[in-house]
Design a protein around this ligand. Structure first.
Ligand code: NAG
Ligand code: NAG
Ligand code: NAG
Ligand code: NAG
Ligand code: NAG
Ligand code: NAG
Ligand code: NAG
Length: 326
């Protein structure tokens, strides 16, 4: 096919509009077909006839003056805004209408009324669907210190006739007295947050347009150190054997450890190891734990007695053993 025949085809398609409207009738296409709230959509006017005098865009099926968004008269090149023009609609010379930053209220029927030079006009109808966009989570902190900081997490945007539900690490929120919902459940307040509220938050938004889930928001809660424990629990150790003690405290981030023995700094490790203990190793062993992030610290004291081999009857922890020596 040469360029000549191509032109001929386009001419016939315009002509057929009037006889067989189905062929290449004027039509409106929304790009994208469904628009998310806050985004833009272009209502493309396809196959408009050549002999136009004006076009009018209405919201609603009927070309009522009160429902006019915008109109354009071709001869005078005059564009007039209607009662429903919000300032976010742009009409292009080719008849297409751009809606910017759409709201849910802008869902519905759009009517492009085409006026021909010869006087008559006909409508071109399209139903636009706008949808609630994916909600997003906002918080006044991504990290918090347990028992100290209050965190406010909000699901945006707030809508009417919409249900907001929250999940933490894929489960329902704990029914904690310090966890409260407000503002139609769009806002979650974690009063003096606790460690079990650490994790991944998601909000689900549900309304007649559908169900939408936010991207997760991760809250890190710093806690501890909790009161440390010293292992093994034994009090008596045999002379000449190795002594190994380990200190453990729950903490996030990991605690820093240090040991004092009889008031003297001994080690900055979590564990103590003494090769072949003798009587001089008896005394008070104190494990200090510190979490620089929470600014908290704690300690545990353990009394250790090194005994001669002949005295040590059993290596059971404190209680039972003690009576053997008293
Ligand atoms: C009309 O004009 C707009 C803006 O220039 C353009 O994006 C659109 O594709 C045009 N419509 C048609 C049907 O060509
Ligand atoms: C367009 O107008 C011209 C003259 O003004 C006329 O000859 C032609 O038939 C018209 N075309 C249509 C599709 O109405
Ligand atoms: C979109 O509209 C909303 C409410 O109508 C407004 O708060 C927001 O600032 C607008 N955004 C842009 C990018 O224009
Ligand atoms: C977050 O908001 C809550 C409630 O308004 C407030 O008590 C808290 O101090 C805020 N936290 C930060 C880190 O701003
Ligand atoms: C709730 O907050 C109070 C301080 O306001 C605190 O003493 C309590 O331990 C918290 N409860 C839980 C379960 O975190
Ligand atoms: C908020 O959530 C609670 C339960 O999580 C529910 O009982 C209540 O009806 C919700 N309120 C609103 C306004 O959706
Ligand atoms: C006990 O062991 C320490 C070294 O750990 C050593 O300096 C000391 O002399 C020993 N004491 C006795 C009584 O063996």
């Amino acid at each position: 096919m040469g360029p000549g025949s191509a032109r001929w085809i386009s001419v016939t398609s315009v002509l057929t509009i009037w006889n067989i409207p189905s062929a290449a009738a004027p039509a409106i296409e929304a790009v994208p077909p469904t628009v998310l709230e806050g985004k833009n959509v272009l209502l493309l006017a396809h196959n408009l006839p050549d002999n136009l005098s004006a076009y009018h865009w209405f919201k609603g099926k009927e070309p009522l003056d009160k429902d006019l968004i915008i109109m354009h008269e071709i001869k005078s090149q005059e564009t007039k805004q209607g009662k429903l023009h919000s300032g976010r609609e742009t009409l292009y010379p080719n008849g297409s209408l751009m809606l910017q930053n759409v709201t849910l209220k802008q869902s519905g029927i759009y009517n492009l009324n085409i006026h021909l030079k010869r006087g008559d006009s006909f409508p071109c109808i399209h139903t636009l669907e706008t949808q609630l966009s994916k909600p997003s989570i906002r918080s006044n902190g991504t990290t918090a210190v347990e028992g100290q900081d209050t965190v406010e997490i909000t699901c945006d945007p707030p809508f009417l006739k919409t249900t907001y539900t929250w999940r933490l690490n894929g489960k329902e929120l704990p029914g904690d007295t310090n966890v409260s919902l407000s503002q139609g459940n769009t806002t979650l307040t974690l009063l003096k947050v606790s460690r079990h509220l650490k994790g991944r938050y998601e909000c689900k938004v549900q309304n007649p347009l559908g169900v939408f889930r936010s991207n997760p928001f991760t809250l890190d809660v710093f806690y501890g150190p909790d009161n440390p424990q010293i292992f093994p629990p034994d009090k008596y150790f045999e002379e000449g054997k190795n002594l190994w003690l380990s200190c453990q405290a729950t903490s996030h981030p990991k605690a820093q450890y240090s040991w004092n023995v009889n008031g003297e700094h001994w080690s900055s490790r979590q564990d103590i190891f003494i090769h072949k203990v003798n009587m001089s190793n008896s005394g008070l062993y104190t494990c200090h734990v510190n979490n620089p992030t929470t600014g908290r610290n704690d300690f545990k004291v353990k009394e250790i007695t090194i005994v001669g081999k002949w005295l040590l009857v059993t290596s059971e922890p404190d209680s039972g053993v003690q009576s053997n020596f008293l």
